[in-house]
Design a protein around this ligand. Structure first.
Ligand code: AMP
Ligand code: TRP
Length: 346
């Protein structure tokens, strides 16, 4: 990341982001989110990261699997460089302000705003009437996650852009309705070569933990042989790699693999294209395998080391929750006051 983080006046820079514990982590989550989360932490800004378990249950989750997945996502944060001393790391349901503020936002946001969300349309599918009410209200809870901390910047992948626009709309409407400048109008941080990592099987679909085909994605729990097999089988076209980045414009599968290489190696797309100009996929893919195994191997190993001690993960999440609560609770008290709720001493 090269651009300095610009902060809207009157609010100090604070980063917030979240990941759902609705399945294992993919290379898309790593490159689009986790890798950048630790880069931001290392730049010394205040960073708050959350495993959003309340969001996960907007679609059915088996309780014991949910607990396991929550710890696994926490382990992925830690293994990819999040330091629980420098960042706040916790799971959402332990800080009840998220649910409380989401209710207030449910009364600020309009139903029509929710129906327009493409993620809702995709997840609800044809039978929208039968999806949970929580799935429709999902963006309101996401706005609460961010605004409970008055976070100014939110690093996410491309797919979350629309939700962040809605967060801005909610902040603006709340400030307007109550005649205050209470919530910041949050800026999305969607940057880098891998804001949208695509499926290895279909260059028009994003790589996703919920894709029925395991071949479509690289999981952070995959071993070296599995990563190698998936990359070898990844869909490509018969042409060699082009001389310039523009030559990838109409070749989504090829572009995806080059983007992944660029993001993993920390190079620009242009410099990777220059390095491999004219090469066949038969020689590019083994280089990508080596790079992916080199970068992901240590993360996978660290995740399994951490997962052997779930009590330690729970302790880290509990500590993080206490620190998160200390920031969010005073904001929530002010919100209740602004909205006109009586807060009697007890
Ligand atoms: P989720 O797994 O949906 O909770 O997403 C967690 C974070 O990973 C969000 O910031 C997403 O935008 C990001 N993300 C998920 N899938 C991808 C992908 N295929 N490419 C880039 N970023 C992604
Ligand atoms: N909706 C995000 C996703 O699916 C997860 C999320 C929930 C989030 N709350 C957030 C991301 C707050 C950023 C900020 O990826």
């Amino acid at each position: 990341m090269s651009e300095p983080v610009q902060t809207p006046q009157t609010f100090s820079t604070r980063i917030f982001s979240g990941i759902q514990p609705s399945g294992g982590m993919t290379l898309g989550n790593y490159l689009g989110a986790l890798k950048r989360f630790s880069e931001l932490q290392d730049r010394g800004v205040e960073t708050i990261y959350c495993v959003v378990d309340l969001h996960a249950i907007t679609v059915w989750q088996d309780p014991s699997k949910l607990r396991h997945q929550t710890r696994e996502i926490a382990a992925a944060f830690l293994a990819s460089g999040i330091d629980p001393k420098r960042s706040i790391l916790f799971n959402q349901s332990q800080v009840t302000v998220h649910a409380e503020l989401a209710w207030i936002f449910n009364c600020v946001a309009r139903i029509g705003w929710m129906y327009r969300m493409t993620q809702f349309k995709d997840k609800a599918g044809k039978n929208a009437e039968n999806s949970s009410l929580g799935l429709l209200a999902y963006p309101s809870l996401m706005a609460a996650d961010i605004l409970a901390y008055k976070a100014t910047h939110v690093p996410v992948g491309e797919d979350q852009k629309q939700h962040l626009e809605l967060t801005r709309d909610i902040a603006i409407k709340f400030n307007h309705d109550y005649g205050v400048n209470f919530f910041p109008v949050t800026e999305p941080l969607i940057e880098g070569a891998a804001t949208r990592v695509m499926s290895l099987r279909d260059g028009s679909k994003k790589m996703s933990k919920s894709d029925p085909s395991d071949q479509s994605r690289i999981n952070l729990t995959d071993d070296a042989d599995t990563i190698a097999a998936k990359i070898r089988k990844a869909r490509t076209d018969p042409e060699p790699l082009p001389e310039t980045a523009e030559g990838l414009a109409t070749r989504p599968e090829a572009k995806n693999l080059v983007n992944i290489y660029a993001a993993l190696s920390g190079q620009s797309l242009e410099s990777v294209v220059a390095e491999f100009a004219g090469a066949q996929f038969g020689s590019f893919k083994p280089r990508l395998v080596d790079l992916a195994v080199e970068k992901l191997g240590p993360i996978t190993a660290e995740m399994s080391r951490l997962m052997a001690d779930p009590a330690e993960i729970d302790r880290i999440l509990g500590n993080g929750a206490a620190r998160a609560e200390a920031i969010a609770r005073p904001h929530m008290d002010e919100v209740y006051d602004l909205v006109g709720m009586i807060r009697a001493r007890r």
